[in-house]
Ligand binder design. Sequence first.
Ligand code: B82
Length: 324
Amino acid sequence: MKAKIMGAGSYTPQKKVSNAMLEEIMDTNDEWIKSRTGIENRHISEGEDTSILCGKAALDILGKTGISAKEIDFIIVATMTPDGSSPSTACLVQDFIGAKPVMAFDVNAACSGFIYALSIAEKLIQSGAYQYGLVLGGEVMSKIIDWQDRSTAVLFGDGAGGVLLGASETENSFLGEDIHSDGSRGDSLTAGKRAVSNFQLEQATENGFLKMEGRAIFDFAIRSVPESIRTVVEASNSTLEDIDCIVAHQANYRILKAIAKKLKIPVEKFATNIAEYGNTSAASIPILLDELLTNGDLVLGSKKKIVLTGFGGGLTWGSMLIQL
Ligand code: B82
């Protein structure tokens, strides 16, 4: 069996927070944020947890594709901000959308999570055991942000997006993948850390907030991502000129510019919506993909080739070559 992307969908919280609004609660300014990151707004949850954002994105996907929740055979959620460790966010989505009691589980690969989840989902469909699978990326980053730390608080936003995969005997959306991890450099981007703490040990002081060494992960991104994009394109006998659009994790506009420069391709090949949503981690790729399919920039069935590429905590990174 082959796996086909049947459609996409997304949901972001109503509440939009501009850089000017952040100026009122911390020592930052619009010009600093815009020039270093490209971010102008982000959407922040007013109480909806990750499973609700993912559930609403799932309903958007089902509505757009005309597939009912009862036809879904598995649900995978990529997130680094699950509602809790158990139940998994995917189980909560299964209940929220009214799916049958199907396989549902979370994947954590930080900002690369959607790429990891899509890779797994493709293999499940390929096996022939499943007809339809929902692959979602969703985050409430605002709950793991240290709102006293202006260097990270301005960067992130909340949201969810995803795609429906379907089994097909003839049509295949997946032309290649290149996916990696390097735990030895994991300390440069951490979140949710909890020290071992119990009756025989001192109380832990970790607060679990997201921490990042900006320069180190910036260097990681501009070294690893261009190589990964090149690898996935060349391995499937394509060239960068054959690629219509690159849908990359929306971490920082300067990263996209640096990657484009290294690949010697125009930055315009990189789709972007970071100005509106900030960095939504595992949700950034599917939210952007849904936007491009909704506004007609990308068309399913057009046979055009695009690359999805993620990079983030773990460290993790990976790219997939997709034929629409
Ligand atoms: S930064 O270090 O402050 N910087 C780069 C030198 C300013 C342009 C910075 C900022 Br601000 C925002 C994001 C990054 C960054 O490198 N992010 C990532 C890199 C790799 C993987 C994931 C991310 C991410 O933020 O999700 C650097």
